[in-house]
Design a protein around this ligand. Structure first.
Ligand code: AHR
Length: 510
């Protein structure tokens, strides 16, 4: 196959916000306990933070980490997770039917963020709690001192405020699975009032209201309209979530499915801007794609989500990612980059063990899943000005499978280009992220880069495997990994590369 691409250094979509490269740590399964935190592990530091995991997190390169949930946050009393550990209550977590020991909480998370050199993003509980608990948490975290909650933080041993800038107003409040799920009207009102009070405590914070937990939610659209009407003057962001799936084992359609993230983003932008238009407002709400990933194998069966007997840190949602998952995941990375103008924050859900790029054995080693690589490359090379790409590529027809509800729905997604691409210009550099979605045929890509000076290939990598089901495991940690992409040539302003069938490719020119 052949694909022609035209870019011009002056034709930009927008600049990537550093927060586009975020991830997510929830009190879920072994993400915290046995993941980032495991006192007694051979690599753990004095805080109990696993050093092998920290090293992989630094290589992965997330910039901001959302915490503590997810579904978990909608039943979380933040007060349980601060103060002397031996006095912290043990609670039943109704999100994941496990026992929460609370030995890791907000202050430990702040210390971990420092160790990992990432920004914290905190979600507040707008399920079983409300604006009062939320504003107290802002006071506890961000107020310097001289008030009850800020002095409590100091008494707990954290003298300086944590200065958390980015706050999520609850989690997936449109979902019936959420503790104290709400109507759009009820949630919008609570989010608005919580936002007002939180900002009165600290005017420098940024706030994200909950959008839909998926494009396939029956309330999608109406939910955004109502929630944004309530929160438009009080929040900077509206959130969106997507988990790609290959339930039907239709790989071609699976690789097409990231294109629905593009559509979802465009639709949420339209919904937000419609509210702005009704107000004749110049304000533009930005998007926080604060949960995205591939997730399906451990999603449907209760046994993958719940271990009986209320265990602490059960091994749940431990999705083993394959080569083809990494391809769909790479497509999602491209979708996010190509919306850098409006998606200003995004979180790969999640970070360790639970639907994660990093896996650990409790007491043992840590390794990279297949999806680790596209994310690490995007974070390392995807910073800068995202350029518009004009793409001529053969296309194919696919299906999208809606995994929710008693009966699966599917609808056709026609005309999906075999090549999915993002181009990011840095100071004198150009990086191309390219997904060849043709499962059988190579693709010759010819790309004209206008208005650039002379460019040379400084790095070219491909991620592929003869077996699309190949994965990395404890005993074979490097079965899937990036290898050099041979044969990339530059002739003046034209780059040529041959992409293998079903491959993810990154070419860095400077
Ligand atoms: O990331 C796993 C779960 O997916 C989160 O807790 C929830 O917000 C979403 O449904």
């Amino acid at each position: 196959r052949k694909a022609n691409v035209l870019i011009d250094r002056d034709f930009a979509i927008g600049h990537t916000d550093p927060r586009l490269f975020g991830a997510f740590v929830e009190h879920l399964g072994r993400c915290v306990y046995g993941g980032i935190y495991e006192p007694g592990h051979p690599t753990a530091d004095k805080n109990g933070f696993r050093g092998d995991v920290l090293a992989l997190v630094k290589e992965l390169g997330p910039t901001i980490i959302r915490y503590p949930g997810g579904n978990f946050v909608s039943g979380y009393n933040w007060e349980d997770g601060v103060g002397p550990v031996e006095k912290r209550p043990v609670r039943l977590d109704l999100a994941w039917f496990s026992t929460e020991p609370n030995s890791f909480g907000t202050n430990e998370f702040m210390d971990w963020c420092k160790a990992a050199a990432v920004e914290p993003m905190l979600a507040v509980n707008l399920g079983t709690r409300g604006g009062d608990a939320a504003r107290n948490l802002v006071e506890y975290c961000n107020h310097p001192g001289g008030s009850t909650w800020s002095d409590l933080r100091r008494a707990h041993g954290w003298e300086k405020p944590h200065n958390v800038r980015f706050w999520c107003l609850g989690n997936e409040m449109d979902g019936p699975w959420q503790m104290e799920h709400k109507s759009a009207e009820a949630y919008g009102a609570i989010a608005r009032e919580a936002a007002k009070m939180m900002r009165w405590v600290d005017p420098t914070i940024e706030l994200a209201a909950c959008g839909s937990s998926g494009r396939n939610m029956p309330t999608f659209g109406q939910w955004e309209d109502t929630v944004i009407e309530h929160t438009f003057d009080h929040a900077e962001y509206i959130s969106l979530h997507t988990y790609l799936n290959n339930y039907r084992q239709d790989t071609a359609s699976f690789l097409a499915s990231p294109d629905l993230m593009d559509r979802f983003i465009d639709e949420v932008v339209a919904l937000a801007d419609a509210v702005a238009a009704k107000r004749r407002s110049h304000k533009r709400m930005m998007l926080s794609f604060d949960e995205w990933n591939v997730w399906y194998r451990t999603r449907r069966n209760r046994a993958d989500r719940v271990k009986e007997g209320w265990p602490v840190a059960p091994p749940i949602l431990e999705e083993i990612y394959t080569m083809q998952d990494a391809l769909a995941f790479g497509g999602a990375c491209i979708s996010l980059l190509n919306h850098a103008d409006r998606v200003r924050a995004a979180c790969l859900a999640q970070l360790v063990n639970a639907i994660a790029p990093i896996m650990t054995e409790t007491g043992g080693g840590a390794w990279r899943q297949t999806i680790f690589f596209p994310f690490a490359q995007m974070s390392r090379l995807g910073r800068g000005k995202v350029l518009r790409t004009q793409v001529e590529s053969d296309a194919y027809d696919s299906f999208y499978y809606d995994p929710r509800g008693a009966h699966d729905l599917s609808f056709p997604v026609p005309n999906v280009p075999y090549l999915k691409i993002a181009a990011v210009a840095g100071g004198g550099t150009l990086t191309l992220f390219m997904l060849n979605r043709d499962l059988m045929q190579e693709m010759e890509v010819s790309l004209e880069a206008r208005s650039f000076g002379p460019l040379a290939v400084s790095e070219a990598l491909e991620l592929r495997h003869d077996d699309l089901q190949a994965s990395n495991t404890r005993d074979a940690t490097e079965r899937v990994k990036p290898e050099p992409l041979q044969g990339v040539t530059i002739d003046g302003a034209r780059m040529r590369a041959t992409l293998k069938p079903a491959s993810w490719n990154v070419v860095h020119l400077s």
